[in-house]
Design a protein around this ligand. Structure first.
Ligand code: FAD
Ligand code: FMN
Length: 786
């Protein structure tokens, strides 16, 4: 086979040598515009796992890299005068130049032709090639030429960064944060040989501009960074080897990261098969340090597929189209996974200055930074550095205990030598409410009430979950009038019989468990008068429908009733219903009240521009849309005992064009905070039937994180939180204060107790009646885990 690699970076060189090794009869050329043994850039890092993979494919290359690389385990944070270090992270760092030199030598030894100082203009310049590898980097000319085929999706990110080096040697992967009058700068610092350290400086565009760096040339930029990080550099200089940059051109040394992704990875140009590899087809932000790893793994995968064909006796030119299709299919999944993690990590560094630096104490800041990609979880941190994590858990538990009244602390000791509770199992207080742990049974409609009265089903349902260890239980959306119900089976609180029935349940929970009990009050609005959840959900009743009201006269779906646009008199009446229900809820003994302003129900229908088209003072800009929901909030706040908190549940994203986004949710949270809300429960969607949500593990937690840390109000995270590890991660990182868990509690009433046992958490008490069950459960778990 005749192979030409356009671009002699890690991807092109490594593929060339692997293929030559696979079959020395292949004629392989690498065309590179730079001179031999000449390159830009400093060190690159990859993980121990990549090294192992490389060992299997070409031991000579891997051995040479191993001799040259630097291995280190520790990550060290320098933040607000503190130095915090944790271990067990396992990196390999090597100079980019060194890496390329090793690959170039190995190519030469195997008989790959290396052509330097040659600009490849086009794949068409190599008509004799059966296979052209477009390994020409992030600005790939070949990708641009066939943009219509490859369909690249390129997103330029807002932060600016400059890739520098220094002779100051750091013995860990260092992250340095420095505040200026214009905002925060951070440096990513890692040594890669005996004499040199990579030093990448990064900051948001507005801080960069305000600092005058858009007007600075390379030299001035370096001077600025030297001054800013002087105490870390200890007299050493910062160096640039970016010869590809014009030293006099202003601002040019600072670049924006570009996330590249392509729909199609290969193409037949009429003579040759052309395939993208490495940065040409995908990039991963340096916050996760995996661009080189991806490039090398692309090369390995394509070689592996050719080897497979080769071994089946079909390694010739005719195998190429099939191999390329398999290559894309195999690689795009892995790449997407890594790009997603890289995206989280990159975003963390984009918002860190406004969201975390001034909000989180250094200990928590470190935890947040280590878990930024959300690939490294709480228990994973324990595997990396158990001592550090236990120290952090102790710090967290001490602070949590300081935050609750002395009476609630009784019996909770953090004696040295005693394992601290993990963050999930620390108490939390809001006004006069203290919950024993951070797990909330999320509100869930059970459609099992008669005339709005909860019954024995509800007693057993809540009783079981209270005994099951959750710290706080919410009722389902409890409706403030008969016509506020979603379905005829919905629970209500518009009469004294309902109040008394709820009181029986609250009394049971208080009397037999440490759990607290909250009520969610709501009005269905345009989503009312529908069938039970397990019938045709959201469809009108076959008979006995009641009329609906909403912010505007827009039906929820094709088959839905058209609601009447609410008048001011309707607003007054319904506000009164909320107040009456609030008084009854107080009498029933609920500890916290949640106002349901999410999921397209009545109050939510005012908040979203998709469902609120009013031309009066209650429609239009977000302050107007929130006007009546805020009135309701203020009215119930006045009726609710002052020592008991109120939560507001919001749909933080409508998942539909023209609807609310996280920016609106931040604005709404600010308004509710100003009105006296204690905590925001951050849900999303269900506002319009046409929504296109993006689901995934902990998918709504970013809303809780943003609102908590930008608005400065406690939050509840909810949505696909289904393991103790998730709860611990969210709470420990300060992304939320509580975690609401819905569906897992339908599958397992004792979800909290079971999750505690799985992570060996002894801090939680089981009901005394169940203690023998606990010991058997824990023993069996240990056996299964062993
Ligand atoms: C600041 C920064 C830090 C990074 N840190 C890391 C890290 O820590 N770990 C990591 O793994 N990755 C890191 N990377 C990414 C890493 O550098 C790339 O992902 C990796 O080099 C991709 O390899 P590649 O072979 O696909 O492309 P490149 O390494 O970009 O190689 C492409 C080659 O093609 C040549 N070329 C381009 N066009 C032509 C042409 N028309 N004719 C001839 N030759 C051409 C170029 O000169 C270049 O040598 C970092 C990147 C940046 C910007
Ligand atoms: C059966 C069921 C009923 C629900 N009813 C309500 C409700 O009454 N009020 C509410 O705010 N959310 C309701 N939800 C949404 C949940 O509270 C929660 O936000 C959602 O299920 C995501 O959490 P999960 O991934 O843990 O299930 C309901 C969810 C389920 C599964």
């Amino acid at each position: 086979m005749r192979i030409v690699c356009i671009g002699g970076g890690p991807a092109g060189l490594y593929f060339a040598l692997l293929m030559k090794k696979l079959d020395p009869a292949h004629r392989i050329t690498v065309v590179e515009r730079n001179r031999p043994y000449d390159t830009f850039g400093w060190g690159v890092v990859f993980s121990d796992a990549t090294m192992e993979n490389m060992h299997q494919w070409d031991a000579e290359t891997a051995d040479a890299i191993e001799v040259a690389f630097n291995h280190w385990d520790d990550i060290e944070l320098h933040f607000k005068g503190r130095r915090i270090r944790s271990g067990g992270h396992g990196f390999v760092g090597i100079g980019r130049k060194k890496l390329l030199n090793i690959l170039q030598r190995r190519c030469e030894a195997l008989g790959v032709e290396l052509v330097f100082e040659t600009e490849a203009d086009s794949d068409a310049d190599y008509p004799d090639a059966d296979l052209v590898i477009a390994s020409d980097g992030i600005n790939s000319r070949i990708r641009q030429k066939y943009a219509a085929v490859f369909q690249p999706d390129i997103v330029a990110r807002p932060n600016r960064f400059i890739w520098l080096g220094t002779t100051r040697l750091f013995d860990a992967f260092n992250f340095l944060f420095e505040r200026t009058e214009h905002g925060w700068f951070q440096a990513h610092v890692y040594k890669f040989d005996d004499r040199t350290t990579t030093f990448i400086v990064e900051t948001p565009e507005d801080v960069w501009k305000a600092s005058g760096l858009d007007q600075a040339n390379v030299e001035q930029s370096i001077e600025f960074c030297e001054r800013l990080f002087a105490q870390h550099l200890q007299g050493h200089k910062l160096l640039s080897n970016a010869r590809h940059l014009d030293p006099l051109k202003r601002g040019s040394a600072w670049i924006n990261f570009q996330r590249v992704r392509c729909r199609q990875w290969h193409h037949f140009n009429g003579r040759s098969h052309v395939v993208l590899m490495g940065d040409a087809v995908h990039t991963a932000h340096f916050a996760i340090g995996s661009g080189t790893k991806l490039a090398l793994e692309d090369a390995i995968e394509l070689t592996r597929l050719f080897k497979q064909e080769h071994e089946a006796g079909a390694g010739g030119v005719e195998a190429i189209p099939g191999v390329l299709a398999k290559y894309q299919a195999a690689r795009e999944v892995d790449v997407l996974r890594l790009q997603n993690a890289a995206w989280n990590a990159m975003e963390w560094f984009e918002v860190v200055g406004t969201r975390y630096c001034d909000q989180l104490p250094p200990e928590q800041f470190m935890y947040s930074m280590l878990t930024r990609s959300q690939r490294i979880s709480h228990e994973n941190l324990r595997l990396r550095d158990a001592a550090w994590l236990e120290g952090y858990e102790r710090w967290f538990a001490e602070r949590a205990l300081q935050g609750v009244p002395a009476a609630a602390r009784a019996g909770s000791t953090l004696a040295p030598g005693v394992k601290p509770p993990s963050p999930m199992f620390t108490p939390y207080s809001l006004r006069g409410l203290t919950v024993p742990n951070r797990v909330v049974v999320s509100p869930m409609a059970m459609y099992s009430a008669q005339d709005g009265v909860p019954n024995d089903f509800h007693l057993v349902h809540f009783g079981a979950r209270a005994l099951g260890g959750a710290g706080l239980l919410y009722t389902e959306m409890t409706c403030v009038s008969p016509d506020a119900r979603i379905t005829p089976g919905c629970a209500g609180l518009w009469n004294d019989a309902q109040r008394d029935a709820w009181k029986r349940i609250v009394d049971f929970v208080h009397g037999h468990s440490g759990a607290r009990m909250g009520i969610q009050l709501g009005h269905a609005g345009r989503k009312g008068s529908t069938q039970l959840g397990w019938q045709r959900a959201d469809e009108p009743l076959d008979e006995g429908n009641w009329p609906l009201v909403s912010a505007s006269a827009i039906p929820y779906s094709q088959n839905s009733q058209v609601p009447r646009e609410m008048t001011r008199a309707d607003m007054d009446r319904i506000t009164g219903d909320f107040v009456a229900a609030t008084r009854r809820a107080a009498d029933a003994g609920f500890d916290i009240l949640e106002l349901h302003c999410a999921h397209g129900y009545l109050l939510s229908s005012f908040l979203s521009p998709l469902t609120n088209r009013r031309g009066d003072a209650y429609g239009g800009v977000v302050e107007n849309r929130a006007r009546w929901p805020l009135e309701v909030f203020s009215a119930i706040r006045a009726a609710w005992p002052p020592e008991r908190p109120i939560s507001v549940r919001l749909s933080c994203h409508d998942w539909f064009a023209g609807g609310n986004t996280a920016d609106d949710a931040v604005a709404l949270a600010r308004l509710f905070k100003a009105a006296g809300a204690d905590i925001i429960d951050c849900s999303s969607g269900q506002v319009v039937a046409e929504q296109k949500p993006v689901y995934g593990r902990m998918y709504q937690t970013p809303f809780a994180d943003r609102i908590r840390n930008e608005v400065g109000i406690p939050t509840v995270a909810v949505g696909a939180i289904f393991e103790a590890d998730h709860v611990n991660m969210v709470i420990a990182a300060g992304r939320a204060d509580l975690c609401a868990v819905a569906r897992p509690h339908l599958a397992d009433p004792a979800w909290t107790l079971h999750e505690a046992a799985k992570i060996g958490q002894e801090a939680i008490a089981w009901p005394v009646q169940y203690l023998s069950g606990r010991s058997q459960y824990e023993t069996n778990l240990k056996r299964a885990q062993a």
